[in-house]
Ligand binder design. Structure first.
Ligand SMILES: [Fe+2]
Length: 289
């Protein structure tokens, strides 16, 4: 995260976009297969900056999948249908008539799953004239800025993460169809609907602790929702203080790659009557600890 580490790159250039996290990477063409030395530097840039951005990338679903496979297995979304020829690539298409957007709250991807996503890649196919930025927040900083008392209080507490916020009897497909133009699926009946994850998560590659909270955390393990609410709400609000965040302005061809294990993100819905089309690929993760 300091300037010295950025100067040590040989194959790429990094340009931080905020104090807390986020860097634009140049000198890389993601449309081509990358040498191992280049991939190693991109991995280091991701671990140091938490979210990295590439401009003017000429991506296709095949090229995105090839780049993503360098980080692990590709995750297939249980609720949303992928592209017809590429089921592992989601096309997030917010049409001018859609009122709601996808990802319009602070969250980290697939936190409701037993093994949430390691990382997510998003490529901009079509962007509005203005608006549609994405916010990211650094969960290492969110954790480190808590008091020692709060760190001790939550050190062994697990959050109960729920995939579906809608508690009505309506099916997920019906709920989603009312909010955004995407083909939604009913998840397999044996798929877990909620998972318990530690509020203090240790990153498996950096060894650093972070606050593992987001919109999917509904209550705390072994506590009622009423008992949990004050702490969950406090930690959620604390986690995205402005000084923990960065804001990315998309252009057509921009690609973002974020580490879900130490960040949250928020897709801003501020472009009424315009279309925004993004391609998303998600890399599988491991069990949080
Ligand atoms: Fe997301």
């Amino acid at each position: 995260m300091d300037g010295m580490s950025n100067s040590a790159y040989r194959y790429i250039q990094t340009h931080r976009i905020a104090g807390a996290l986020g860097a634009e990477i140049s000198g890389v063409n993601l449309a081509e297969p990358l040498a191992l030395e280049v991939l190693a530097e991109i991995r280091r840039a991701l671990l140091e900056n938490l979210v990295i951005f590439f401009r003017d990338q000429d991506m296709t679903p095949e090229r995105m999948l090839r780049f993503a496979r360098n980080w692990g297995e590709i995750h297939r979304h249980p609720y949303i249908a992928g592209m017809p020829d590429y089921p592992d690539v989601l096309e997030l298409n917010k049409k001018a008539s859609d009122k709601r957007n996808f990802g319009g709250d602070w969250h980290t991807d697939q936190m409701f799953a037993p093994k949430p996503a390691m990382g997510t890649m998003l490529w901009a196919k079509q962007v509005p004239a203005a608006g549609g930025d994405t916010l990211f927040a650094n969960m290492y900083l969110a954790y480190e800025s808590l008091s020692d008392g709060m760190k001790a209080l939550i050190s062994d507490v697990r959050g109960m993460c729920v995939g579906d916020k809608k508690k009505s009897g309506a099916s997920r497909a019906a709920v989603n169809a009312a909010t955004i133009s995407m083909t939604t699926l009913e998840p397999p009946p044996d798929m877990p609907r909620e998972s318990a994850h530690p509020l203090v998560r240790t990153h498996p590659e950096t060894g650093r602790k972070s606050l593992y909270i987001g919109g999917h955390v509904h209550y705390l393990e072994n506590m009622t929702r009423e008992e949990s609410a004050p702490l969950v709400e406090y930690l959620y609000e604390h986690s995205h203080r402005p000084e923990f965040t960065c804001r990315f302005r998309w252009q057509q061809g921009s690609l973002a790659f974020w580490d879900n294990r130490c960040t949250q993100h928020f897709a801003i819905n501020d472009y009424p009557a315009e279309t925004r089309i993004m391609h998303r690929v998600t890399v599988c993760g491991d069990t949080p600890y």
